[in-house]
Design a protein around this ligand. Structure first.
Ligand SMILES: [Zn+2]
Length: 182
């Protein structure tokens, strides 16, 4: 019975609304990256949309200064949407609670210090700017940090029974093992 109710037209419409909110938030996040990249004169090859956040394939930034700001642009858009949704929620605008929650999760998740999340790129850009460091060394260090962080997510997920975190950790380990970090 519960299963039948789950597929009522109302819940289908609600699912569609959530999908639109998710897609819109991911798209705006990616546009944030693309716009700042364009301002720096870097081209964006394509944008891959993942359910938890897209990954704009901005061409390799040999300039850590640029990468820092391009990487931060996406989560900044989510933070900005959170502020707007907060005021909308306070004014009683429908769906603002959902937009606020989703963008808060997306902002924090993308700031995790793991490749290929934006947080990983921020860490790399900071490491690469240290005196005596270069881009390759910073990338290698970041991949190590990323792998340890991914195992940490898996461990916390297993310990707390949070399956989502186990999946995220496993996914990041898989991506990192392919070593195609640009
Ligand atoms: Zn991003």
């Amino acid at each position: 019975m519960g299963l039948i109710c789950a597929y009522s037209p109302e819940s289908a419409l609600l699912s569609l609304t959530y999908a639109v909110i998710l897609f819109g938030s991911v798209l705006l996040h990616e546009l944030g990256h693309a716009i700042v990249a364009r301002d720096f004169g870097c081209e964006t090859k394509d944008i891959t949309l993942y359910p938890f956040g897209g990954i704009a394939q901005v061409k390799l930034q040999a300039d850590p200064f640029k990468e820092f700001y391009i990487a931060l642009a996406g989560p900044t858009v989510n933070a900005f949407l959170c502020v707007i949704a907060f005021f909308g929620f306070a004014l009683g605008v429908p769906l603002m609670h959902e937009i606020l929650f989703l963008n808060a999760i997306m902002c924090l998740f993308n700031l995790l210090p793991s490749f290929p999340m934006d947080g990983g790129r921020v860490v790399r850009s900071i490491l690469a700017r240290r005196p005596g460091s270069d881009y390759e060394t910073a990338t290698a260090t970041c991949l190590k940090i990323s792998k340890w962080m991914s195992w940490l997510y898996v461990a916390i997920g297993v310990a707390t029974g949070w399956i989502g975190l186990v999946i995220v950790g496993g996914f990041l380990l898989f991506v990192n093992s392919r070593g195609s970090i640009r």
